[in-house]
Design a protein around this ligand. Structure first.
Ligand code: GDP
Ligand code: MG
Length: 911
């Protein structure tokens, strides 16, 4: 391209000539006037300069942070039994980072690593060079020393020998020549000194005198030699030091001349001085680390040393505060206080709080923030965050380490689960085995059902986990509990392989548990075991008879045919597995089931997998803990201890743990409490999340997060008629965008399985003129599920409609103020039917509307006529008190009914 002028260039780029000239001057170009020619090279120089000055232009943002805040309320029941409303604000924050930015960071990191590697290599080379130099200097010193010593020797010999200087000289020369360090008397003189055969006393005296002198001379020579050596060494050291100083000087000069020089080059060959500097740098680093470490904290912090900073130390011969910001790698646990975090970043807490506020988060110094927020914050403040395991995890690790078994493991009984398609005879088979094998009459026969039992056969013991159903099996596995050693798949011979058979096989295979096939109902005429074998072979389950690996047993749960063979097959499989457990020491195992019983409190059945469980042990199970107050076996018989593979029932935990949770005995009650508390917090968070999803008000938002917009509903009504009306109306609400999906619908009280279904399918629970039964209510309370009761069809429809469009506000909510149970009904001439009641929930209030519930279905809605306690009219009756009441214009109250007092409140939904 042809050359152009400054003026033309200014026109092209669209800047005033003056500005361009100024920029060119800054870029170090010689141009002074508008007509000066500009070459291509110069243009490039200018361009490069401008780029450097402005940085790479980036019009687009590199990082986008989206924030969303939603506010809602939840209702809880306080300690006093009074319901209260708590505002809950959920903040979400997502940061999207451009891919290019990430790539850039990745490249930078690689670059850094490479630089570091090179630096290390250079360092090694320098060290080697230094070593070589030192070796050379040493060698020279030795040579010098040799020469000097030889000279001294010669001198000494001369002094000593006197009359034969020649011989002494010669021998001294020889010594110097062969550089031998060995000190010995010169050969010549020794020869000379040999006593002649005919020696006179004078001669001997003379010889002895001579020898003495020689010895003295020798000694002196040695002294001189030592002195000479010392001198030579000093000289060498001086020279090395001088050399080093010279190098350092040169280094400094070079450093000043070429400030851009990479640190590794500077370090090359910088012998002693560099090392000293480095040592002091390391000292500095160590003190910095120590100072920043929080007292009592086990967390260590890595200080990332930067080449830039390090080289400045080398160059300046001193310590200067770093000009560039230090980047720390900051460890971020699951939760951390603002104060702690600021300390880790070495930034003032005030600064950190300000940044947090900019991110839309308000927190005080001592407030905990979650890991996600903390990670974003650290990044925002220019440091490198690194997520670390939470305190809870380390607590659990501690626990695991706490229990260590030293004794030899002993063989133990296998634990078996029976799975298979519905109606193929799982229950029947278990019942048969139990009937046949568990001694009747033991503590009054089988009265308890604890979800597991063991049988003793002639060949050994087997424990059965009596929680059939694949969900239970998978739930246990999901919690990491592998309770089962062997799975028996029951297939009905007259029905063949069915969907759940296949599912069961998949579950067992996924768990890596060996399978035994029990072909059941062999007593039936339509039994076709070959078909079963055929079906199963297609699933890769090939019978031993056909050369496969799987044991097939042909049984009948009705006649007992083949059941003994099945038990033998189980024991054979168990033998192959070589199941072992330590029978002594603290017990460990898995929770099978748990429930809360009136008068007994939480009752938990557990399967012991290792160690020995004793009455009085401190037990931690899931999020609960407590002392094992009493223990019973599967027949309800009290026992004091139990070993591996034995299912037992224990009392004394502070709550009911979920099935599948691990349990273990801990010596330290404090630790048990700590872990249980941590787990409770974790579970509460989970519940809160689920509760949010179950609320009708949040329907719109949760809908938005799902791919296909769908409203899941679990609906229960009082009668068939209202159910059909509601189902019709709800299905009419289907639009192209949103589908109403009825997960389940039916008549009657809301029961536990409804709640479970709603929970797993993220559905809203709606009751029309029905209530949740007490088990369901408890489950809802425990899991934080929202329940909505309606008594007017159009209100229910309206609410769902509004929720679907996100317009459900303000919130009209019925709140149940109190519930009383009718214990007795008698007639009064004045009021008609009078109900003697016990208040079981909240408070009854005279002037509020009421409903009469029978089997949790609303049978009447109205008002109270009177409310009395001991023949006196009272405005209210509290929980746990007895009272008498009459319902206005309703005379049909029955024993066992419930009287519910409610109130309609408007809850403002705030943003
Ligand atoms: P589950 O659903 O797998 O627990 O199956 P059940 O044990 O409840 O059994 C379902 C039905 O099959 C019941 O009516 C049993 O009486 C019947 N049944 C179970 N085992 C046998 C058997 O060996 N022979 C016959 N004839 N019927 C059986
Ligand atoms: Mg069954």
């Amino acid at each position: 391209m042809a050359e152009t002028t400054v003026k033309k260039l200014a026109e092209i780029v669209g800047t005033p000539v003056d500005t361009l000239l100024k920029q060119m001057k800054e870029a170090g170009l010689p141009h002074g006037g508008a007509e000066d020619a500009v070459s291509d090279d110069q243009k490039q120089t200018l361009l490069a300069f401008l780029r450097r000055a402005h940085g790479t232009p980036s019009a687009e943002p590199q990082k986008i942070t989206l924030k969303r805040k939603s506010t809602s309320t939840i209702k809880t029941t306080g300690a006093s039994g009074k319901a209260k409303t708590v505002a809950v604000e959920v903040r979400k924050k997502r940061t999207y980072v451009k891919r290019s930015v990430i790539e850039e960071q990745e490249r930078e990191r690689e670059e850094q690593e490479r630089a570091e590697r090179e630096r290390l290599e250079a360092e090694a080379a320098a060290r080697k060079a230094e070593e070589d130099a030192r070796k050379k200097a040493e060698e020279e010193a030795i040579a010098r020393r040799e020469a000097e010593r030889a000279a001294a020797e010669a001198q000494a010999a001369r002094e000593a020998g006197g009359e034969e200087p020649e011989a002494a000289d010669a021998s001294a020369d020889k010594k110097a020549d062969d550089k031998s360090k060995r000190v010995s008397v010169p050969k010549g003189s020794v020869k000379k000194a040999e006593p002649p055969k005919d020696e006179t006393p004078e001669e001997r005296a003379k010889r002895e005198e001579e020898e003495r002198r020689k010895r003295e001379a020798e000694e002196q020579r040695r002294k001189q030699e030592a002195e000479a050596r010392k001198k030579a060494e000093e000289e060498a050291a001086r020279r090395t030091a001088e050399e080093a100083r010279r190098m350092a000087e040169e280094l400094e000069k070079r450093g000043q001349q070429e400030p851009e020089k990479a640190p590794e080059e500077i370090e090359t060959g910088s012998g002693i001085v560099t090392e000293a500097m480095e040592a002091s740098w390391r000292d500095e680093e160590r003190t910095t680390k120590r100072r920043r470490r929080r007292p009592g904290s086990q967390q260590t912090r890595n200080v990332v040393a930067h080449g830039q900073m390090k080289s400045s130390f080398h160059k300046e011969h001193g310590f200067k505060s770093p000009t560039e910001k230090m980047v720390y790698e900051v460890e971020v646990p699951e939760t951390i206080t603002v104060a702690d975090l600021s300390q880790r970043m070495n930034i003032k807490a005030r600064e950190v709080m300000r940044t947090l506020m900019k991110m839309g988060e308000m927190a005080t110094v001592n407030q905990h923030i979650d890991q996600e927020t903390a990670m974003l914050l650290v990044e925002e403040m220019g440091h490198k965050p690194r997520a670390v395991k939470g305190e809870e995890q380390s607590l659990e690790d501690d626990l695991a380490n706490l229990v260590q078994y030293t004794d030899e493991p002993q063989p133990r009984a296998p634990v078996v689960t029976i799975m298979g398609h519905v109606d193929h005879g799982k229950t029947s088979l278990l019942d048969y085995i139990r009937r046949a094998k568990v001694a009747e009459g033991e503590a009054g026969g089988i009265t308890q059902h604890i979800g597991a039992y063991h049988v003793d056969t002639d060949k050994g013991m087997i424990s059965f986990l009596d929680t059939p159903g694949h969900a239970a099996f998978t739930a246990m596995r999901a919690r990491g509990a592998q309770a089962t050693d062997i799975v028996v798949i029951v297939v009905a011979a007259d029905d063949g392989v069915m969907p759940q058979t296949e599912e069961a096989i998949n579950h067992a295979k996924a768990a890596g548990v060996p399978l035994i096939i029990a072909v059941n109902k062999m007593d039936k005429e339509s039994a076709d075991p070959d078909r079963v074998k055929n079906d199963l072979s297609q699933l890769g389950i090939i019978s031993e008879e056909w050369g496969g690996d799987y044991q097939f047993q042909y049984v009948s749960a009705h006649t007992g045919l083949g059941v003994d063979d099945l038990l033998d097959a189980i024991l054979l499989q168990a033998e192959l597995l070589e199941l072992k457990a330590v029978p002594v020491g603290p017990a460990r195992g898995v929770v099978i089931e748990s429930r809360i019983e009136k008068g007994r409190g939480p009752v938990t059945s557990v399967l012991i997998q290792e160690g020995r469980l004793k009455v009085g042990d401190m037990v931690l199970a899931g999020a609960h803990f407590g002392r094992n107050r009493a223990m019973a076996d599967e027949n309800g018989k009290p026992i004091t201890e139990a070993g591996p593979s034995i299912p037992v029932e224990i009392l004394g935990l502070d709550g009911a743990p979920e099935s599948g949770e691990q349990f273990l005995v801990v010596a330290d009650e404090k630790k048990a409490r700590e872990v249980a508390e941590f787990r409770q917090i974790r579970d509460r968070d989970l519940k809160l999340k689920r509760a949010q999803a179950s609320k009708l008000e949040n329907l719109f938002e949760t809908m938005g997060e799902k791919e296909a917009k769908q409203v899941n509903i679990v609906l229960k009504t009082d009668v068939r008629g209202s159910l059909e009306a509601l189902l019709g109306a709800l299905s009419d609400m289907n639009t192209d965008e949103v589908k109403v999906n009825i997960v389940t619908a039916g008549v009657g009280a809301i029961n536990e399985s409804d709640v479970n279904l709603a929970m797993t399918s993220e559905a809203v629970l709606l009751g029309f003129n029905v209530r949740a039964d007490s088990a369901a209510k408890k489950l809802c309370e425990r899991e934080g599920m929202d329940l909505r009761y309606y008594s007017i069809i159009y209100e229910l429809i309206d609410d769902v409609k509004k929720a679907m469009s996100g317009l459900l506000d303000p919130e009209h909510r019925e709140e149940i103020v109190g519930v009383a149970e009718v214990r007795d009904v008698f007639r009064s001439s004045k009021f008609g039917a009078v109900a003697g009641c016990m208040v079981v929930e909240g408070t009854l209030r005279r002037n509020l509307p009421i409903r009469v519930l029978r089997d949790d279905v609303v049978v009447f809605e109205g008002q109270l006529e009177s409310l009395r306690r001991f023949k006196e009219d009272v405005p209210e009756v509290r929980n746990g008190m007895e009272c008498g009441l009459a319902v206005k214009s309703y005379n049909d109250v029955k024993e066992g009914d419930k009287i519910e007092v409610f109130e309609v409140r408007v809850v403002e939904r705030s943003l």
